[in-house]
Design a binder for this molecule. Structure first.
Ligand SMILES: *Cc1c(COP(=O)(O)O)cnc(C)c1O
Length: 390
């Protein structure tokens, strides 16, 4: 029987991890204040919360647009990134512009960024892919030279290290997400932080998020079906879990109170989650030889998934079952709908395209123990040795 269960176990690509006590408290609707907890943790002065990071990014961009005149109509983002970032820009009535990435490090290609910056640039968005830190200081000074803001998208990097500046606190604004598969995967929610622009944050308002029983129940249900033994259920149902689609029609509501309670209750788990992810990613790093530089020299915080590129390795059904996934389907400029919102003369992004074609990501969450990580690494090594075309 156990073997049978083991054979059907699917490892979810992302997790929703909340202590059950948090869900119960949230359902009892205790009032809480996650804003101050997050400000204190990150050591920043100002913070707004919402139902999602994209809602906050959208509201921020609308205000920046109003204050900076119609000429500044472009927001520069990595050529390969989360589609909801592009959706927030489109919803704000701005143009999407792209810069390239270095396929060896996932860092911005500085020449390409330099080329894309102009007096039309309203803001540059820098991103810490999977929790590997990007050089935000450099991006910020480049943005400054052109009178643009630097928004630090730290949706994948919530955590602290004594050695580095805390991600999300280095740009003019820092963005966090608490959705599924994020560093603190409560199920939904976002935060926007700043040290210097309290007036802008004060101008961001949301309709009340309400009590939020519905999101709490959905989160609880997601948590149940995310257990390995249940994971095949969402894999078979068209729930859209773990997929990113470009949809500028998203909701922009406040954070439901029940979700805020869950954030408060889950926050003490963050360091433990990050430590586990680092341990698992170290196993992958030792065993798998990736073309990406994932070794110790790279600054890292949360490693929500472990990225590898190794030629054109096929993502087999078996790897899929073990939680290996591609990330976003294409570079931003290849998506037919997103194309409508791109600036006219957007530049080619070769590095980003290479990443889009080759990148696979391995799960590092708490359902993955050392043994599973080793097995998974061996699978990947043996499949890459087969050299099969997909
Ligand atoms: C998930 C994610 C977002 C969007 O967060 P939501 O809370 O889902 O809106 C933005 N940027 C990056 C890099 C992300 O991974």
């Amino acid at each position: 029987m156990f073997n049978f269960i083991k054979n059907i176990a699917w490892y979810p690509p992302a997790e929703t991890k909340i202590p059950w006590s948090a869900i119960i408290t949230a359902l009892n609707n205790n009032s809480t204040d996650f804003k101050s907890i997050l400000c204190r943790y990150l050591d920043v002065k100002h913070c707004v919360l919402s139902e999602s990071a994209r809602a906050l990014l959208y509201k921020l961009l609308v205000i920046l647009k109003k204050r900076n005149g119609i000429k500044r109509e472009e927001v520069l983002i990595p050529g390969y990134t989360c589609y909801s970032v592009a959706a927030a820009i489109a919803k704000a009535g701005l143009k999407i512009a792209v810069y390239d990435l270095d396929p060896k490090t996932l860092h911005p290609d500085i020449d390409s960024l330099d080329h894309a910056l102009s007096d039309k640039t309203l803001a540059v968005i820098g991103q810490h892919f999977f929790g590997y830190l990007s050089p935000i200081g450099e991006l910020k000074s480049m943005a400054r030279q052109h009178g643009a803001y630097l928004i630090e998208d730290a949706a994948q990097a919530l955590g602290k290290s004594e050695a580095y500046n805390t991600p999300g606190t280095m740009g003019d604004f820092g963005l966090f997400s608490f959705g599924r598969g994020k560093p603190l995967p409560v199920g939904c929610g976002g935060a926007l932080v700043t040290n210097n622009y309290s007036d802008i944050l004060d101008a961001i308002e949301f309709d009340s998020g309400g009590i939020g029983y519905k999101s709490a129940v959905v989160t609880a249900a997601t948590q149940v079906i995310s257990k390995p033994y249940f994971y095949w259920i969402p894999e078979l149902l068209p729930l859209g879990l773990g997929q990113t689609v470009f949809d500028p029609e998203f909701n922009t509501e406040g954070l439901p109170r029940a979700m805020e309670s869950m954030m408060v209750m889950s926050m003490p788990n963050l360091e433990k989650l990050n430590r586990h992810r680092k341990q698992i990613s170290e196993i992958y790093s030792e065993m798998i030889s990736s073309e990406l530089q994932n070794k110790d020299s790279r600054k890292k915080i949360s490693i929500i998934r472990y990225p590898v590129t190794m030629g054109n390795i096929c993502l087999t059904k078996e790897l899929n079952r073990l939680g290996v996934r591609r990330m976003y389907p294409h570079i931003i400029s290849k998506d037919k709908t997103i194309k409508l919102f791109l600036n006219k003369n957007y530049q080619p992004v070769k590095g980003a395209d290479e990443i889009a074609k080759k990148l696979m990501t391995l799960p590092t969450h708490t359902n993955i123990n050392k043994k599973i990580a080793k097995n998974l690494s061996e699978k990947i090594i043996s499949i890459s040795g087969e050299n099969k075309k997909c």
